[in-house]
Design a protein around this ligand. Structure first.
Ligand SMILES: NC(=O)c1ccc[n+]([C@@H]2O[C@H](COP(=O)([O-])OP(=O)(O)OC[C@H]3O[C@@H](n4cnc5c(N)ncnc54)[C@H](OP(=O)(O)O)[C@@H]3O)[C@@H](O)[C@H]2O)c1
Length: 252
């Protein structure tokens, strides 16, 4: 009997990562949930297991290279890696943005993705049919005022995906970039505005149906389950009410 394919999901303790874990588990993968908050990934792994699927939790900070390397030793063969851990900090203009915020966003979104991808690429290749998913953003493709540090970091992730695809062509690993627009998740905007829920709510004010974490998970699940020879290079997904990063229809 063939072994159940394994999918590692980073940032699986909330939002898109948690929804993707549920989606891939239901699609038949044994999911390995990672994030810094142990209690949350353990609770989600228990929920997925109770639903009759396979899940385990492994606390991991993607910016800690030694910990990532240690984690990777558990895998000789890996079907899917979803690089989802990341996010935004602040919405200041370039003129006044805090370099510490920029550095942290680069560390988490770009170096975090680099760390985990480098560490798990041998196992993805050894599987004979591996998939790397990189969760960037529409911020990876165009700028918006106040987006500075996040836009720069997400552009970095986009370039990482493009370059990796060029470099590993001919190996049995595909590289899929999923770039969502506005997604209303429980923590993304609150983290960005450092716990200010009022500011966070304004991001979505008057928008008829922003994307949900489940919408993005559904997109990732679809891309990952295409036949092996089909590589969805870049998939941009936005809510109908959003035409660009700066053109959002609001009924206010
Ligand atoms: N929401 C949106 O509008 C939107 C749009 C486009 C793209 N995205 C991208 O989609 C991804 C998920 O966003 P989301 O909306 O689901 O946000 P979220 O709910 O804030 O989730 C972020 C996840 O990243 C994890 N994380 C953060 N830093 C980490 C670190 N150093 N090591 C390991 N895990 C870390 C968090 O877990 P812990 O805190 O437990 O570590 C959490 O699980 C991000 O890359 C984000 O940039 C979001």
């Amino acid at each position: 009997m063939a072994a159940t394919p394994i999918a590692v999901i980073t940032g699986a303790s909330s939002g898109i990562g948690a929804a993707t874990a549920r989606t891939l588990a239901a699609a038949g993968f044994r999911v390995v949930l990672t994030a810094r908050r142990k209690d949350r990934i353990e609770a989600l792994a228990a929920e997925i297991t109770e639903a009759g699927h396979q899940a385990t939790a492994y606390p991991l900070d993607v910016t800690d290279r030694a910990a990532v390397d240690e984690f990777a030793t558990a895998f000789r063969s890996l079907a899917v890696l979803v690089n989802n851990a990341g996010g935004a900090l602040g919405a200041d203009p370039v003129a006044t943005g805090d370099p510490a915020d920029w550095r942290q966003m680069y560390e988490t979104n770009v170096i975090g993705t680099l760390n985990v991808t480098q560490a798990l690429l041998p196992a993805l290749t050894a599987s004979g049919d591996g998939t790397v998913v990189i969760l960037s953003s529409t911020a990876a493709l165009s700028s918006y005022e106040g987006g500075g540090g996040y836009v720069a970091a997400k552009h970095g992730e986009h370039v990482l995906a493009e370059t990796l695809r060029l470099e590993i062509v001919g190996t049995p690993v595909r590289v899929i970039e999923v770039a969502p627009g506005m997604v209303r998740t429980e923590e993304f905007a609150t983290t960005r505005f450092r716990g200010d829920t009022e500011k966070a709510a304004k991001v979505y004010a008057g928008v008829d149906a922003p994307l949900t974490a489940e919408d993005v998970a559904d997109t990732i699940g679809w891309a990952v389950t295409r036949p092996s020879h089909v590589n969805i290079d870049l998939l941009v997904v936005r809510p109908r009410a959003q035409a660009s990063n700066t053109k959002v229809h609001r009924t206010l």
